[in-house]
Design a protein around this ligand. Structure first.
Ligand SMILES: O=C[C@H](O)[C@H](O)COP(=O)(O)O
Ligand SMILES: C=C(OP(=O)(O)O)C(=O)O
Length: 443
């Protein structure tokens, strides 16, 4: 394998910022290249081995977090609340579906967004769209919307802060199984899903007491493995954070354990696919409803020609109304080719619509319906429904409608805080986890 990972520069790269000053960009890139890795290549390999287990049907992926992380969100409270959601969902799946869960945050790097349109108009004023804190500012002013390369550096430091907190929370006792009740405090405890969770947590208490009585070491359950991931959209950033692994001599993008290619940047002759073909991390590719089996097979050929287990995850995002029609052919043809991939369902991105108030939103019912379709398709084909990829937050936001707390379109304005797409709140995330556990049990 060649260690050249600059080849993407010769190819068209979609969704890149128009940096106003290339010299400033070069300065930032030089600084990023000198900074320490955020993750180690060995950790990426460990995740790859876990994703290989997912592809074999022995584990389930839970990947989630903000649609767009913000620099101001890199606080202990925000990170703890998101981890709490991830841990609660994971425990529901582990306990109720009896499946090992690979926990991957859309966290510590998810600072860049591909957009449908280059500009946004409000009250007759047209400005460049917000492309994530890594690129420009959210405020609707001409100054904020100018891409600023120094934001790449802030993205690195915010990722470091977030990852440091996540590692401390997951290794330092907060993720201990004996804390299952503590994760269920605040607004969520009164929701139907929170009450159902409390019941499940009591079952876990009893199981732990039983194991202690049998002489098992309770410290076995003191920590959890947590991995980071983001869409590697801004190639100047992910390339600057690619390093040669001293063990193997191969390039790894050390800005996250796993990186994925988005639906808008998966062109076979594009720069993203080329860059991803050079790095050795476990990688994902989003596949929308227009993906043909030929596209999927060509992506496999480019991104995992040696059929390395755990290397490639296909994250399908078809939409609730399309998944039952579009997914079967893809899964069938990929399976027939002998390729090893993990199949993960993103039930968010195909189900966005605009409410009369102008808020972008999603119905929890559509999300649940797409996940049910995902399980049905894999059930019918005898393949493994390997996981879910979702946008959520740990807070009591009102961005998606439905769920046990019965959020309706009129509620959206109350706490609509996302920087881009609508996220499930913790109670809706738990609703989803219970439904997925049921689907998994009966699969
Ligand atoms: O999160 C995904 C995309 O960035 C987002 O759906 C694009 O949204 P837009 O259609 O408002 O640009
Ligand atoms: C942009 C995203 O999704 P997609 O590429 O599937 O549209 C995303 O997951 O943030």
């Amino acid at each position: 394998m060649s260690i050249n990972f600059d080849s993407w520069r010769q190819l068209p790269a979609a969704q890149q910022p128009e940096w106003p000053d290339r010299d400033e960009l070069e300065k930032v890139v030089a600084e990023l290249k000198g900074l320490p890795p955020l993750v180690f290549a060995g950790e990426c390999d460990k995740l790859k081995a876990e994703l290989a287990a997912v592809a074999r049907g022995e584990a389930f992926v839970l990947q989630g977090g903000d649609c767009a992380e913000t620099f101001s969100g890199a606080t202990a409270n925000d990170v703890r609340n998101k981890l709490k959601t991830l841990l609660q969902m994971a425990i529901v799946l582990t306990y109720a579906a009896k499946v090992p869960v690979v926990k991957i945050g859309r966290m510590a790097g998810q600072f860049a967004k591909p957009r449908s349109k280059p500009t946004e108009a409000r009250d007759g004023i047209e400005l460049p769209t917000y492309r994530g804190d890594m690129v420009n500012g959210f405020d609707f002013t001409p100054e904020a919307r100018v891409p600023d390369p120094w934001r790449l550096l802030r993205a690195y430091h915010s990722s470091a802060v977030t990852l440091n907190l996540a590692r401390a929370f997951t290794r330092g006792g907060y993720a201990d199984l004996r804390q299952v009740h503590a994760w269920n405090q605040d607004f969520v405890i009164e929701s139907p899903a929170g009450k159902r969770y409390e019941q499940l947590a009591r079952g876990i208490d009893q199981a732990l007491a039983f194991m202690r009585a049998c002489g098992a070491d309770p410290n076995e359950f003191h920590t959890v493995e947590f991995y980071s991931s983001h869409e590697a959209l801004i190639l100047d950033y992910d390339h600057a954070l690619t390093r040669i692994d001293s063990r193997t001599g191969l390039p790894y993008d050390v800005s996250a354990h796993m990186v994925w290619i988005g639906e808008r940047t998966r062109q076979l002759d594009g720069a993203h696919v080329e860059f991803f073909s050079r790095i050795r991390n476990p990688i994902g590719v989003k596949l929308g409803p227009t993906t043909t089996p030929e596209d999927a097979l060509a992506l496999i050929e480019r991104l995992n020609p040696d059929n390395e287990p755990g290397r490639l995850t296909f994250i399908t995002r078809m939409g609730a109304g399309k998944i039952r029609d579009h997914l079967p052919n893809l899964v069938e043809k990929v399976t027939a080719s002998g390729a090893t991939v993990a199949w993960v369902c993103d039930p968010m991105h195909g189900n966005t619509f605009e409410a009369p108030s102008g808020h972008k939103t999603r119905r929890l019912d559509d999300v649940l319906n797409e996940v049910a379709g995902f399980f049905e398709v894999h059930g019918a084909l005898g393949t493994h429904p390997g996981g879910i990829h979702i946008e959520f937050t740990g807070d009591d936001v009102t961005e998606c409608v439905g769920g046990g707390l019965e959020i309706v379109e009129d509620d959206l304005a109350r706490r609509y805080e996302t920087a881009c797409d609508p996220r499930l709140n913790r109670s809706q995330s738990l609703d989803l986890a219970f439904r997925v556990a049921e689907l998994y049990r009966s699969a």
